[in-house]
Design a protein around this ligand. Structure first.
Ligand code: PLP
Length: 436
């Protein structure tokens, strides 16, 4: 691309695009021109000028096996030669059928047996919640109105999903709309509930093991199992939001495997297609499914769906991704890389005075930035995390912070060396920004 073509694109971006979670006044006024990604291969992205970067947050937590993986590319191309999209309302397609079977096969027999496809994480959550709401109606359990969610939770941005969230920045301004939510901070708080309180709960929703948007906050070991037991004891559904944690991120295929927990609803998205296309799935049990069965005029039908439900191209990509997990034995290759990642993080955090606490689950990590003198939090208004990630670009790393927590979530295909370099890039960028 010529310099003229690039500046033309950058001008048009500022003239017409509205970027997510972005203060556009700053974006437009910035001296700096938007970074325009042109291509990707493996864990490396290239911009229109040909600069290369390590994809340090897996393109916002989506990419799994790297960009341009031949298996997924071929799966999509093969499907494209047949048809790109056909409706799942009243019809079916081979990729959707095969993918549903594969997904169900990733869990013990007769546990999660039904798959409802949607488009992204938020809609996978909406789908689970609406199933839970309608289930209670169908069973006449009208007292079970509330969703229980955790402080710091993030479950997406559609109105219903956002109402479950526990991060004020995302939810407060839209307050009053959405599901009736009872928010708790910990398992201990929930365990302290009276029987009566528990009877008002429809479902508990949680990001298992680690809350992403909260700043990579980890739950105590064993908590998920306790939560499953609490839900069983009180007849409350357990919805697991594995939109971030699914597909190998935590070192197992799904985070719930670490504590041998099977939810009533499992929400998958981001990594489902290997990070190629928007596709999501809500898995549930035969018990839930059967409650919706009846004659047409009984109106037990689950009245929910989207135009692109079970999009065949997306399903083909997801099948390609699952094929890679099998053929390349991806999960068993992870422990050594996770260990190296831990070592790099530990050594670096020890060395860098501006790095405070860090948390890691599998190939997901968050490092808190702190005041080097007091060890306290930084003033969020200074956007330190964002400035450091900006500076890290010059060291070949692309990632995005959660406020003043630096995050790294390398694609599962990353090498030890790439991961080590990413940690070093954050260290160098931090030194530049905070000593300037
Ligand atoms: C990203 C995310 C969502 C929302 O997914 P979208 O595809 O962005 O709608 C929900 N839950 C968790 C845990 C996420 O990380």
């Amino acid at each position: 691309m010529t310099p003229q073509q690039i500046s033309e694109l950058q001008r048009l971006d500022k003239a017409h695009l509205w970027h997510p979670f972005t203060q556009m006044q700053n974006w437009i006024a910035s001296e700096e021109d938007p970074l325009i990604i042109a291509s990707g291969k493996g864990a490396v992205l290239a911009d229109v000028e040909g600069n290369k970067y390590f994809d340090g947050n897996s393109s916002i937590w989506t990419n799994v096996h790297g960009h341009g993986h031949p298996t997924i590319d071929a799966a999509i191309r093969e499907q494209l030669d047949k048809i790109a999209h056909c409706s799942a309302l009243g019809f079916s397609s081979e990729p959707a059928i095969r993918l549903a079977e594969k997904l169900v096969g990733l869990f013990p027999e007769e546990t999660l047996t039904r798959v409802f496809f949607t488009d992204d994480g938020s809609t996978a959550i909406e789908c689970a919640c609406k199933m839970a709401v309608q289930y209670r109606q169908l069973k006449g359990e009208t007292e079970r109105t509330d969703f229980v969610s955790f402080g710091g939770a993030y479950h997406g941005d559609t109105m219903g999903a956002a109402s479950l969230g526990g991060i004020g920045t995302f939810t407060d301004r839209f307050g009053g709309s959405g599901y009736p939510v009872h928010r708790v901070e910990s398992m201990e708080e929930l365990a302290g509930w009276s029987n009566e309180e528990a009877q008002s709960a429809n479902a508990v929703i949680i990001e298992p093991l680690i809350q992403g948007a909260a700043g990579m906050k980890t739950w105590p070991e064993g908590m998920l199992k306790q939560l499953r037991e609490w839900c069983d004891r009180h007849g409350v559904f357990l919805i697991l939001d594995e939109v971030m944690t699914g597909f190998g991120r935590t070192g197992r295929m799904f985070a719930c495997e670490h504590e041998e927990v099977i939810p009533d609803f499992l929400c998958l998205a981001k990594g489902l297609t290997g990070g190629y296309m928007p596709l999501a799935a809500t898995l549930t049990t035969e018990r839930v499914f059967e409650a919706f069965l009846g004659r047409y005029e009984e109106l037990k039908t689950f009245f929910y769906g989207h135009s692109y439900c079970a999009n065949p191209l997306g399903c083909a990509a997801a099948l390609g991704s699952l094929q890679i997990f099998e053929e390349e034995d991806v999960i068993s290759s992870l422990p050594s890389r996770i260990e190296s990642f831990h070592r790099y993080l530990e050594q670096t955090v020890e060395r860098v005075p501006h790095f405070g606490d860090f948390r890691q689950v599998g190939l997901v990590a968050g490092i808190d930035l702190v005041d080097a003198e007091t060890g306290g939090e930084l003033d969020w208004k200074n956007e330190t995390g964002a400035r450091i990630c900006r500076a890290a670009r010059n060291h070949g790393l692309l990632t995005r912070p959660v406020r003043d927590t630096l995050t790294l979530m390398p694609p599962l295909c990353s090498t030890d060396e790439q991961i080590a370099d990413a940690v070093i890039a954050l260290e160098k960028a931090t030194a530049e920004v905070l000593s300037a």
